[in-house]
Design a protein around this ligand. Structure first.
Ligand code: RIB
Length: 298
């Protein structure tokens, strides 16, 4: 029951602000600490903390941020034998978190930009052996495409951010996991209308050729679209303090439960609870529950 994540590893530099700055404005903030992030690493940690064996394929740089970026991956027991040390800086995300938890994220890819087809190929055995391969949009498109080609098991794609990846590789996603905004961009990338309700977006993505689609809707829960059927999942009502990495918590938890044999609807129900848990605490990986934690309920 193994999960292989092929994706990014970042150091998150987070500043808390009363509100987000506008261009040209200087604001005072608080915090300024570095914590572990990156969508690939976040999703790997989310699944591993819940008990799934996880292998991560990725890269970190030869700088001081490599250590804090990988600390929680190690703590969670993620297999880092396929994370390469490269001559670059470790990926860096500069994050502002405003009152109410809303955030902005700027990413400097650094070492993640080297997770292309060549690097991915060097770790072919890990990808081929996985029952499920989980991908995001923070590595080069040719690395993404090579990982999909190598995958023998199920492929789950959370194309965040939405980047241009080969159509045939993207359509292997089962499910494609996206928020509403990303779903619209994926549709546009496929030459289709990207506007509409979540239900319309999900149906259009199924019509475009995806076997299944999971739309994450923040505090409104999630929508699972599979086999022509749409199921809305509610999220527990919580007081959000920081939404950074909540989508990653959802993705990791969702894959954890798929590998345990859950249906997509049941996996999404559990993942909504994990996402809700994560927004009640600061940071991405530091906010994720372990199997022993009590999750909020609907
Ligand atoms: O999804 C949240 C993540 O996006 C952050 O941890 C940051 O590193 C960026 O990759």
């Amino acid at each position: 029951m193994s999960l292989c994540v092929v994706g990014s590893i970042n150091a998150d530099l987070t500043v808390n602000v009363g509100r987000h700055p506008t261009p040209g404005e200087t604001l005072m903030g608080s915090g300024g600490g570095i914590t572990a992030g990156g969508k690939g690493a976040n999703q790997a940690v989310a699944a591993a903390k819940l008990g799934t064996p996880v292998v991560l394929v990725g890269a970190v740089g030869a700088d001081a941020n490599a250590e804090p970026a990988t600390a929680l991956l190690r703590d969670a027991g993620v297999d880092l034998a396929h994370v390469e040390d490269v001559e670059d800086v470790t990926g860096l995300a500069v994050i502002t978190v405003a009152a109410g938890g809303e955030n902005t994220v700027l990413v400097v890819p650094g070492a993640n930009a080297l997770v292309g087809a060549e690097l991915v190929q060097r770790h072919a055995a890990a990808i081929e052996a996985a029952e499920l391969v989980l991908l995001q949009g923070e590595i080069p498109a040719d690395g993404f495409a090579r990982a999909v080609e190598l995958a023998r098991g199920r492929v789950v794609v959370n194309l965040a951010p939405v980047v241009d990846v080969p159509r045939e590789a993207l359509l292997r996603a089962d499910p494609l996991m996206a928020n509403e905004h990303e779903a619209g961009l994926v549709l546009q990338q496929l030459g289709l209308d990207g506007a509409g309700t979540p239900e319309e977006l999900a149906r259009r993505l199924l019509d475009a050729g995806f076997a299944s689609v999971v739309l994450t809707l923040g505090s409104a829960g999630a929508l699972v679209a599979s086999g022509g059927e749409l199921t809305h999942i509610e999220s527990p009502n919580v007081d959000a303090v920081d939404t950074v990495g909540a989508g990653d918590a959802f993705a990791g938890a969702f894959c954890h439960r798929l590998l345990a044999g859950d249906s997509m609807v049941d996996a999404a129900r559990f993942a909504c609870r994990v996402g809700a848990f994560s927004v009640t605490r600061p940071g991405a990986q530091p906010s994720y529950p372990s199997a022993a934690d009590t999750l909020p309920s609907v």
